[in-house]
Design a protein around this ligand. Structure first.
Ligand code: NOJ
Length: 762
């Protein structure tokens, strides 16, 4: 056997992992952790880590190397005895598992880590989980958080989730999902940041930094995972797991930038995706994983497959069997096999037969081991599994404060006729609807640990805030789904007896998320009818819509007095919505996705093209790019969201009308709060390249600033425009800014442009 060059390092490493040494280390760490939330690791240089990996690789058998590439779900491994449990435990003890998903909590992760430490080389396991929008404390669904356009709050939400998960034995979350989604039929739009590439890239960065901190190694940070690489959001017809067929230009212009932003922010891992991209399953795509990610972007982290996606290359008709699929996935750059059991069962033979490349295998192992070193797991495999810290952190009341903060920032005021909101202290409120007392629904999809009884319903939040002087009459009215109208009469009675109606309708939590594509994105069941009978009472009707996707609700949009879109707001949802209803918080959310008028407009985005036959006058549609039965415009545009105050935009100044290559120009404006209450506004900068070598959209978001203004206060804002903001991918896929004229637009929404200017690039 080859004598490893760094055998002394390896020996130290093995000694450090003896149970006695571990127990001692763990004790010391507990104290440290109590003193500082993010207990620091001993300073080890990157070069040192590479040396330790090389030493370790030199010790590993082929089977042990492949072992690092396998990831299994652990629901059974901590449960009652079963064949799968025995097999898994044996594989772990034999060093044939690199990572587990779905094992959580200090007790269970300690138990299973101890099994891994029985293996010959005692390489610790990585524990991973879908911590998508909170761990114990549930934050709003990612699409809801995106509506806050508040990068600091979004980062804080990810940080709190990481803090809780890291205290509970988790090293790695499968988030953020950075897929651009423009088709609300696709149930997973709830998990992303909406339709826009620029906003999505900013949010991708904020989430990665929130989960990981500036650098891995703290015990309040976990590895993030940019998923699903790539273009999963463009699944044809919004049908889950379907093919994706997008042009190279669209791929680079629209779908890849949020992944690049995550990579630039240091995201530790990537996950590939279930879809094909232009014919090739993403899991088997060398182009995506080797050429772009690990080649052009020089990405140092590792790629995990999506659940079973290596094996799924067989039913896709891209691989003959598991062995073929495993070879194709490894060659393409998929480093870790989540639950296909394809690497485990076939790769050793393929390497022995010379059909799979040993160097690629070593590279995959190296990438995975590197993360284990960076997390400090070789120094202390239990550093994330500390009972005392778990108890303390999971019960930190500050986490609920953070959840309420971002939940109210996520609420979008879609409509507010005659100042129906905020509610002046009414004598009585009829609180109606199938979601008025809902708790589980408010948590949305992807809840991993939360005790849903701890979630505040709208009923709880509203009755608490309304106090003794306001009577709240509750009636359910109907279910979310189904056609029973039996509850209508009681609802009408409650409405008639009250000053105002607050109606809570939408989807149930499990109508969006993975494998929840819908062909009808209307309000389910008889909820619209319930609205109509309540509206017929003549009482003002305020509608709170909660859902995991943009819905179509035209009658409510036409006739309600006010509409709040609450998404799934999480643990503090009821309080957050009460804050907004009563004006304790002035809503400032802006839509991260276009809300269509009808399903027929889908897929939809504000990034429309002029076409050769634009509609120039409303209604003048003959032989124009239009529908004969609907305007092209959406129901609510990207960036739309009202406030209880009003803002005046003024004083536009461009530092110079022309820009030479390499220069920057400054675009300034003032915004004044012209209303009576303090408020926040998201000031949005859009741009259009008027003539280019490739037709460009009418508007593209290029920057935004969220500001807070007291009544009467004015702020001056400056946007810096550099060449990058003017650039796009040309027909040769070069990132270029072409000389010519650009229209600059500043507005309160993509359909509410307040100031315009022109810039010429020389
Ligand atoms: C499949 C989903 O597509 C992915 O996003 C998730 O992280 C894995 N399952 C693990 O649960």
């Amino acid at each position: 056997m080859r004598v490893p060059r760094y055998h002394h390092l390896l020996l130290g490493l093995l000694l450090a992992a003896t149970p006695a040494a571990l127990a001692q280390k763990t004790k010391i760490k507990v104290k440290k952790a109590a003193a500082s939330a993010a207990s620091a690791l001993p300073q080890v240089s990157a070069a040192d880590i590479e040396q330790r990996i090389t030493a370790l690789l030199g010790q590993m058998t082929l089977e042990e190397k492949i072992g690092q590439l396998n990831q299994y779900s652990g629901r059974e491994v901590t449960g009652p005895a079963s064949n799968r449990k025995n097999d898994l435990l044996n594989s772990i003890r034999a060093g044939q598992v690199g990572s587990m998903l779905n094992v959580k909590g200090v007790a269970d992760t300690r138990l299973i880590q101890a099994e891994a430490l029985k293996s010959r080389l005692k390489i610790p396991l990585l524990f991973s989980l879908d911590v998508i929008h909170g761990y114990q404390t549930v934050f709003p669904i990612p699409l809801g958080e995106a509506a806050s356009w508040d990068l600091a709050a979004i980062r804080e939400s990810a940080h709190v989730a990481a803090r809780e998960a890291a205290a509970s034995g988790i090293h790695w979350t499968f988030a953020p999902m950075v897929d651009v989604g423009r088709d609300p039929r696709w149930g997973r739009v709830m998990e992303g940041a909406g339709e826009d590439t620029y906003l999505g890239s900013q949010i991708a960065r904020a989430r990665v930094l929130g989960f990981q901190g500036e650098k891995l190694g703290g015990t309040d940070a976990i590895m993030a995972c940019a998923k699903h690489f790539a273009a999963y959001g463009a699944a044809v017809a919004g049908r889950e797991y379907n093919v994706v067929d997008v042009s190279e230009q669209q791929l680079w212009q629209v779908y890849l930038p949020p992944f690049k932003a995550a990579a630039d922010a240091g995201v530790a891992t990537f996950m590939n995706s279930f879809n094909t991209l232009n014919g090739i399953p993403a899991t088997g795509s060398r182009y995506l994983q080797r050429d772009i990610l690990k080649g052009q972007w020089q990405y140092p982290g590792f790629v995990v497959s999506d659940w079973g996606s290596i094996g799924e290359m067989v039913p896709w008709g891209y691989a003959t069997d598991k062995a073929d699929a495993a070879r194709k996935a490894l060659a393409a750059g998929s480093d870790m096999d989540m639950e296909s059991d394809a690497y485990h069962t076939t790769l050793a033979q393929s390497v022995k037969d010379g059909k799979a490349d040993q160097a690629l295998l070593d590279d995959a192992v190296r990438r995975i081991l590197r993360k284990k070193f960076e997390l400090g797991l070789f120094d202390d495999p239990y550093r994330f599994s500390d009972e005392k810290r778990e108890k303390q952190v999971l019960n930190d009341p500050q986490h609920r404060v953070a959840a309420r903060d971002i939940a109210r920032k996520s609420v979008v005021l879609l409509k507010n006729d005659n100042h129906a909101l905020p509610l002046a202290q009414p004598r009585s409120i009829a609180l109606i609807g199938p979601l008025a007392k809902a708790k589980r629904d408010l948590a949305g999809s992807w809840v991993v640990l939360a005790d849903t009884a701890q979630i505040t319903s709208v009923h709880e939040g509203l009755t608490k805030r309304a106090g003794k002087n306001t009577q709240v009459r509750y009636a359910k009215g109907c279910e979310v789904q189904g056609d029973s109208r039996a509850g209508f009469a009681a609802a009408v009675e409650a409405a008639k007896a009250s000053d105002v109606v607050v109606l809570c309708v939408g989807e149930t939590w499990d109508m969006s998320g993975e494998a929840k594509s819908r062909t009808d994105i209307g309000l389910p069941g008889v909820q619209t009818e319930l609205f109509q009978v309540l509206k017929a009472t003549g009482k003002p009707v305020v509608v709170i819509l909660m859902a995991g996707r943009p819905l179509v609700f035209n009658q409510i949009a036409d006739q309600a007095d006010a509409i709040l879109y609450g998404w799934w707001p999480g643990s503090e949802g009821g309080h957050a919505l009460a804050d907004v209803l009563f004006g304790d918080y002035n809503p400032a959310g802006k839509l991260p996705s276009t809300f269509p008028r009808s399903l027929g407009q889908v897929p939809i985005s504000y990034q429309l093209y002029n076409t050769g036959r634009p509609v120039t006058k409303p209604g003048d549609i003959r032989y124009k790019s239009a529908y004969i039965d609907s305007p092209n415009t959406p129901r609510y545009a990207f960036g739309h969201g009202l406030s209880y105050t009003s803002f005046k935009y003024d004083g536009l100044k461009l530092s110079q009308p022309t820009m030479a290559a390499g220069q920057t120009v400054q675009l300034q404006c003032t915004v004044t709060n012209t209303g009576k209450v303090a408020g926040e506004e998201v000031v949005q900068l859009y741009l259009r390249d008027l003539v280019a070598s490739v037709a460009r959209p009418l508007k593209e978001l290029k920057d935004f600033q969220k500001i807070s203004l007291k009544p009467g206060e004015t702020k001056t804002l400056t946007f810096t425009i550099d060449q990058d903001k003017l650039a796009f991918y040309n027909a040769k896929l070069e990132w270029v800014a072409e000389p010519g004229d650009f229209q600059l637009m500043i507005g309160s929404a993509s359909d509410d442009i307040r100031l315009e200017s022109k810039l010429t690039l020389q």
